[in-house]
Design a protein. Sequence first.
Length: 199
Amino acid sequence: MKENDTDDRRSDRGQVGIGTLIVFIAMVLVAAIAAGVLINTAGFLQSKAEQTGQESSVQVTDHVHVVSTMGNVTYDAGNNTHEVDYVNLTVMKGSGAGDINLSQATIEWLGPDGGRIMTMGSNATDTQFGLEAIRDEEGSLPVLVSQKDRFRIVLNTTAMTGGLQEREEFTIKIVTSSGAMTYHHSVPETLSDGHAIGL
């Protein structure tokens, strides 16, 4: 009778040990799967963070800097007034910027007679801006490659607004693939024929 009781106890212990082993293996498997998921998630988040950081850096640094804005003054005999018929922006790429392709840029003009969006064309019109090289180190026009590159953006204000008059104000926003820069200008109180003026 005692021998049977001992055998039953040993059998019960064996079953409990196997059950514990199965639970332990299951816990190890669950932990391994969870670790794999966490590692994959961490890698994904790291790559997204790097991509976001690079995009943010590009938006901050890759912009067009306007060095100067000049207006060409002519005499309008019909109205007996002087007006600015062309606006010329001398531009360079911002400090630390990568290559900037101005053929893919747009210019948003907001003037006294309303606004419009212009793309690059062979000539400056009411819907297109012209682009000329002032200094082009590598012959890369229309792409600003070198920090020494200087391009001239030409806006035909006569075609757009009939010419800018004295004391009129306008805003130019240069939009590239990396972001936009806005510049506000005003025409001086007096204009004289045949002169370029700073705006």
